[in-house]
Each structure stands twice: as structure tokens, then as C-alpha cells.
Design a protein around this ligand. Structure first.
Ligand SMILES: [Zn+2]
Ligand SMILES: [Zn+2]
Length: 366
């Protein structure tokens, strides 16, 4: 397809950017042949090109800083809803997350460390936090645990699934056949053609059924499920701790006369030097990301404490059976809770599917 034709035909299409990037990728032949099926997606490039430029523009003046730091999250959220609605996989968000991390660390090493305000131990601590977080991210990317096709129920086809209850009459004690039929229909995935265990769900972005599915996370371009939920939580926690530590060190360096909290809102003279202005802008950028991820971590902790997954929360809200409490932070669902301690014990010790710890390949990383 010609690129001009695509622009003319799809100029009003919401998915224009994704398709344009896809056609450009084909035209430029960005197929990484030595790595087999690994394909370089152009969606990883905008964050790499735009982020440093936008942050450097934002550092020129405080008004520009406000404009850029307001528009940037807005643009990212807009692109998120656009791709999420179309159920597309994209490396844009993973690229943005990793490149933001790399750029913040680069500025820390090149702008803050030479100022002599941070000790060797502090640099080692921040670097260790980064490395641990990246290791945890790679473990998260090893996979959420997929429903296997050789499940003992999977000789059942879509045409005879309605007969499931009759075939297994022992399970029908006290429950009507229609109830079982409804239950079996709910567990049957017509796309993967298998019967899911309870709490498993089909991800329409990845196109697979995931064990104890929580949600599809665009930031890691991967589902979060039974096998990687703990590492996902650990990654979030390590990121937040490292980020808060880094933010406090940078603020103490560029605004030594103020306390950390005051410096974030009022730091006189920070725009007098471009170097300090850039660091201050990056601190605000990091605060926005940290705030978003802190909100996600709080929701995750509440969900786990109540023994619900994000998928169950969303299903309950969609079906009108869920009830929001505490400003929407808690959603009551029909999933039974076994108490705070038991729910966390179950979460921390839940079974990992066989074969989940397969050797990591390059495609797992992206
Ligand atoms: Zn499925
Ligand atoms: Zn997914």
C-alpha cells in the first residue's frame, strides 16, 4: 500500500498513527533477519526522539515546563486509549518507560553526580535499585502463565460443549443443568478453543487465555497473570522506591536551601542555570510517572488484600454487580475474600504453571 494512499484514506481514522508506522516499517524493511522473527517496530522510536527534545524545551522556561508537562501525559493517555480500544499490541509504552528511565539515569550521572552533592554510596544505591528493578521486569516479561491446550477438559469442542453437564452428571448434584450449561459457556473460550480454569481470562490484545488473569499492562507489553503477578508487583515497588530516592537526591542538589517537599513547589533560582532547570523539569516528569504508578500499586494492594483480580473488578463493574467504595479505590465483587492474611498468603504462594520458567528469549523481552 502506498503511504500517500494510506494518508488520504485514513486521515480521519483514529488508528492512523499505528497503521502509518506499520506501513513505514514495511517500506523501510525494518526486519531484523539475523534474529529470526524479531521485528523492529517503529513505535519504539517516538519516545526516543521526542522525550529528550520535549524535556529540554520544557527546561527553557517555567511556563514552557508547565505546558509540556501537562501536554505530555495528555498525549500519552490519548494514545493509550486509542491503542487499548483497538486491542493492539504496541511497544510505544514499553519504549517510553525504558527510555525515560535511561534518560533520567543519564542526567543523574552527567548533571547531578559532577556537582559533588551525592555520595558514592548514594550512586551505588540508586544504581542497584535500577538494576534490581530491571531484573524484576525481565522476570515479569517471562509470561503470565497461559492456559494449556492439553487441559483435561479440552477434548470438548464448541459444538458439544452444551452437553458437558450431561457427560459429567456427578457434578450436577443440587445444581440445575442449565446452571452448569451457563457456567461451562462462561469458561469456554471460542478463540483458543479450550475450557478455562476458574479466574482465567482471554486477553484480546495478546490473543491467549491467561491463568488467574489480572490485566494486560501496556507499559510492559504483556499480560499480568498467575505466574508473573508477584514480579509485576515487585517491579512496581522497586521502581517507586528508586524513583523517590532519586527525586529526593536531585532536589537536595538543585535546591539545597529548601526541604524536599518545599523544593518541589518552590525552588528560587532554579531556572537561572539551564542544567538545574533541566534536572528540575525531569524531577517533575518523574513525579508525574511516580504518582501514576503509586496509584496503580495502591489499587493492586487493595485488590490482592480483597482476593480480587483487576479483570474481576472490571467484569463486576461492567455487569453492574460491583460496588465502588472509598472513592472507587475499592470495588466489592462477588469473589469471596478469605481474610487479609489468607489472601496475601495465597497470593504469595500461589502455584506457578509448569513450563512457566522457560529460558528467556529475545521476543520475551519485548
Ligand atoms: Zn482464549
Ligand atoms: Zn495481554
Amino acid at each position: 500500500m502506498n503511504i500517500i494512499e494510506l494518508i488520504q484514506r485514513d486521515s480521519k481514522n483514529e488508528d492512523f498513527l499505528s497503521r502509518l508506522l506499520s506501513v513505514l516499517s514495511e517500506r523501510l524493511g525494518l526486519q531484523c533477519s539475523p534474529l529470526g522473527s524479531v521485528r523492529i517496530e517503529l513505535s519504539i522510536l517516538p519516545p526516543m526522539l521526542l522525550l529528550p527534545v520535549l524535556l529540554q524545551v520544557a527546561a527553557l522556561h517555567c511556563v514552557l515546563g508547565v505546558v509540556v508537562l501537562t501536554a505530555l501525559p495528555g498525549l500519552v493517555l490519548w494514545y493509550y486509549y486509542m491503542t487499548h480500544r483497538k486491542k493492539r499490541r504496541t511497544l510505544f509504552f514499553l519504549s517510553l518507560a525504558l527510555f525515560s528511565l535511561a534518560y533520567m539515569y543519564y542526567l543523574f550521572i552527567t548533571e547531578i553526580v559532577p556537582r559533588g552533592d551525592v555520595s558514592y554510596q548514594q550512586v551505588v544505591t540508586a544504581t542497584t535499585g535500577m538494576i534490581l528493578m530491571l531484573i524484576s521486569l525481565v522476570r515479569t516479561k517471562q509470561g503470565p502463565g497461559y492456559v494449556q491446550a492439553d487441559n483435561r477438559h479440552n477434548n470438548i469442542t464448541s459444538t458439544n460443549q452444551s452437553k458437558l453437564c450431561n457427560q459429567d452428571s456427578a457434578c450436577c448434584n443440587g445444581v440445575s443443568q442449565s446452571d452448569h450449561a451457563v457456567e461451562n459457556k462462561r469458561k469456554w473460550c471460542s478463540i483458543c478453543r479450550l475450557v478455562r480454569p476458574s479466574r482465567a481470562g482471554h486477553c484480546r490484545i495478546c490473543g491467549v487465555c491467561v491463568l488467574r488473569m489480572d490485566h494486560h499492562c501496556v507499559w510492559i507489553n504483556c499480560c499480568v497473570g498467575q505466574d508473573n503477578h508477584r514480579h509485576f508487583l515487585l517491579t512496581l515497588l522497586l521502581f517507586l522506591l528508586t524513583s523517590l530516592y532519586g527525586i529526593s537526591m536531585v532536589l537536595r542538589s538543585v535546591c539545597p536551601r529548601q526541604s524536599v517537599f518545599t523544593a518541589l513547589l518552590y525552588c528560587p533560582g532554579v531556572y537561572n542555570q539551564y542544567s538545574t532547570a533541566l534536572c528540575f523539569t525531569c524531577v517533575w516528569y518523574s513525579c508525574i510517572i511516580t504518582g501514576g504508578l503509586l496509584h496503580l500499586l495502591i489499587l493492586q494492594i487493595i485488590n490482592i488484600s480483597c482476593n480480587v483480580t483487576e479483570r474481576e473488578v472490571q467484569l463486576a463493574l461492567r455487569n453492574g454487580t460491583g460496588r465502588r467504595r472509598f472513592c472507587g479505590l475499592l470495588v466489592e465483587t462477588s469473589t469471596p475474600s478469605h481474610g487479609f492474611m489468607h489472601n496475601w498468603t495465597h497470593f504469595l504462594t500461589m502455584h506457578t504453571a509448569e513450563g512457566a520458567q522457560a529460558p528467556l528469549t529475545l521476543t520475551d523481552v519485548v
